[in-house]
Design a protein around this ligand. Structure first.
Ligand SMILES: C[S@@+](CC[C@H](N)C(=O)[O-])C[C@H]1O[C@@H](n2cnc3c(N)ncnc32)[C@H](O)[C@@H]1O
Length: 234
């Protein structure tokens, strides 16, 4: 796992509160796919420092369960929210083994799935854990955006990509997977989930005041993909 989410977890937490990519693009675009969550049981897969958990508590969710591979991130979540949330370390590549079948109304997974080499296990388990009529909303790197980093030049190949990101003010190496839109959609539908909405996000006007250059880039280029998938009531 990248040091971005371990050694730099505290800095990551303060940076993503107000930066362009998370605060002005990712969160508003993902939240636009959520219905009212008041009174609902929510699982946040790859919760990071708990920015979404805070949002769900503010929205009066009934329960918020936060999972992350990084124990540093889980510690931050526990420190911030104490017993208002359940938080534990979990590699979601193995799914949600500690969660009961038909127990969650909503599962969110913001900006995590590109760290997994195989999406089948996680989507199968999301289907198991969602209540009938429940839904998952996730965001991930846009397949087209990451294609610029492709070594093979083959859009349809799933590839491991290594980049240096300056998110926390110092270059940190990050490894992730680039995959086609077809592969993402197939993993969802093979699990029995139905894709209800798919968007490419919209950068908010607030971003202009932070960096006009980044705002203009995101206004004209896809960066993330946002998907809502549902477990049908049978
Ligand atoms: C870009 S951050 C997003 C954090 C949070 N979802 C948010 O939007 O603020 C990615 C998070 O995914 C976690 N992560 C990466 N691989 C994971 C895995 N296999 N299982 C669970 N969490 C993982 C990282 O530790 C990190 O906290």
């Amino acid at each position: 796992m990248s040091e971005m989410y371990t050694k730099h977890a505290e800095t990551y937490d303060s940076v993503v509160r107000n930066n362009i990519y998370n605060a002005c693009l990712e969160r508003p675009s993902l939240q636009a796919l959520l219905d009212n969550v008041q009174g609902l049981d929510i699982i946040d897969m790859g919760c990071g420092s708990g920015i979404y958990a805070g949002y769900f508590l503010e929205q009066s969710a009934r329960s918020v369960t936060c999972l992350d591979l990084s124990s540093d991130m889980v510690s931050i979540v526990k420190r911030k929210f104490g017993d208002k949330v359940t938080a534990y370390v979990q590699d979601i590549a193995a799914g949600l083994p500690q969660e009961a079948a038909n127990s969650a109304d909503v599962i969110v997974c913001p900006l995590v799935l590109h760290y997994l080499d195989d999406l089948r296990v996680v989507f199968n388990d999301v289907h198991r854990v969602l209540k009938p009529g429940g839904y998952m909303v996730f965001s991930t790197h846009h397949p087209f955006a990451d294609f610029e980093c492709s070594a093979s030049g083959n859009y349809f190949a799933t590839e491991r990509v290594q980049e240096e990101w300056n998110t926390v003010g110092t270059p940190v190496t990050v490894n992730f997977y680039r995959r086609s839109l077809t592969d993402i959609c197939n993993a969802i539908t093979a699990a029995g989930l139905v894709i209800a909405r798919l968007t490419e996000g919209t950068v908010s006007e607030d971003a202009k005041a932070i960096s006009e250059e980044t705002y203009n880039h995101l206004k004209h280029n896809p960066n993330f993909l946002f998907v809502r998938c549902e477990k049908l009531r049978t």
